[in-house]
Design a protein around this ligand. Structure first.
Ligand code: PMP
Length: 386
């Protein structure tokens, strides 16, 4: 059989507790989702603001489908760039306070597109060791030299910047780290970038919509801005739909249109989704109570969880991981929670470092405090018996 040798590899993954299984979801996102015929309280999604199933977004998507149909039919540079896409780019640029913005189909593609459009062999990227996989892959594709610094270690980063003789320098970081929930020290990173003439690429996939009084993300949170910043945020998490965008200077955006291969050689995402996202941009700014709810839920967890062996991480965001350590124990806890009707994903290497397997709890404004209470009760009980 042509692929039979893969069986051994699959078996090894299974033995190491690293085999990944998908679930079949039969409902919309929300506090409760239906999986394989059963309802579960879900702490799995990145739908932080609870907008993925919001009637205003669904209505806007339907109106978009009525006007544009369901497919864009072409790439942005041919005839796929609709008026809805265009309006959305303008609205996003204005929201996050940059002169211009460009839509990509996914955050993965946006990161790939930016790094490989701006850098090549003679350049260097300085990357936090806990950055998202898409940023690491982007550097590989660009062929720039990659220098990784220990998580949040600005002293090490500065040494690397001082020693670098490369033509162009780019510092890349998750703004909110996706598996830890902590926030990059953007003002300090910016100072280093200014001192050593580097650009700063911020991946705000988990901060956009969540951080800042109006949900403008990590730059609003730190009340900072700079022409050195290349800002990337995704639209499939807090914004509740799909896609991503890069915001920055007009020259940057023009260069991405000319050179970003993941922008040029792919079909534009459906205009109906751009229409839904226009509704989402409005709600992100207007409905501050959603961000308040996220704070309340994380606060409840911290105040009521009584853990002896497992540990919560220092996160003020809706990503609240509990580090358990062993892959198998993490899987066992996740399975035991599932028995109780609660879904929390077990995150294992290579997504997180070896020996740091964890439950990744993510809160949504769709959750009530009663939902958080049920989760806390189950976790406090399970830690004693597993
Ligand atoms: N960056 C980060 C930090 C992410 O967490 C993710 C998604 N998990 C991405 C980029 C990729 O975004 P998308 O899902 O839109 O491809």
């Amino acid at each position: 059989m042509p692929f039979s040798y893969l069986n051994d590899d699959l078996l090894t993954l299974e033995e190491q507790g690293l085999f990944r299984r998908r679930r079949i979801v039969e409902s919309a996102q929300g506090a409760v989702i239906r999986v394989d015929g059963r309802d579960y309280l879900s702490f799995c999604s990145n739908d932080y603001l609870g907008l993925a199933n919001h009637p205003a977004l669904i209505d806007a998507a339907c109106r978009g489908a009525a006007q544009y149909g369901v497919g864009s039919g072409a790439s942005h540079l041919i005839t796929g760039h609709s008026e809805a896409h265009h309006k959305l780019e303008l609205a996003l640029a204005e929201l996050v306070g940059f002169p211009d913005a460009l839509l990509f189909s996914t955050g993965y593609m946006a990161n790939m597109g930016v790094v490989s459009a701006l850098l090549s062999r003679n350049d260097v990227v300085f990357a936090d060791k806990l950055n998202h996989a898409s940023l690491n892959d982007a550097v590989l594709v660009s062929r720039a030299t990659m220098q990784r610094y220990s998580h949040l270690d600005l002293v090490q980063l500065e040494k690397q910047l001082i020693a670098s003789k490369h033509r162009r320098k780019l510092v890349v970081t998750d703004a909110v780290f996706s598996m830890d929930g902590d926030i990059a020290p953007v003002p300090e990173l910016l100072k280093l970038c200014e001192r050593y003439d580097a650009w700063l690429l911020l991946d705000d996939a988990h901060g956009f919509g969540v951080l800042g009084r109006e949900g403008k993300g990590v730059l609003e949170y730190f009340a900072t801005q700079s022409p050195r910043i290349i800002y990337m945020a995704t639209l499939g998490k807090a914004a509740g739909v799909f896609g991503a965008y890069v915001a920055g200077s007009p020259e940057l955006i023009q260069m991405l249109i000319q050179r970003a291969r993941t922008y040029i050689y792919t079909t534009a995402f459906p205009p109906m989704l751009a229409n839904a996202l226009l509704a989402s941009v409005h709600l992100i700014q207007e409905e501050g109570w959603r961000r308040q709810r996220l704070q309340d839920l994380a606060g409840y967890l911290k105040d009521h969880l009584k853990l002896a062996r497992w540990k919560l991480m220092p996160s003020i965001t809706p990503i609240q991981p509990i580090v358990i350590g062993s892959n198998k124990e993490t899987l066992a806890v996740s399975a035991a929670l599932m028995e109780k009707g609660i879904l929390v994903p077990a995150i294992r290497p290579p997504t997180v470092p070896k020996g740091e397997a964890r439950l990744r709890i993510s809160f949504s404004a769709a959750h009530s405090l009663e939902d958080a209470r049920k989760l806390v009760e189950a976790l406090n009980e399970l830690e004693k018996v597993i």
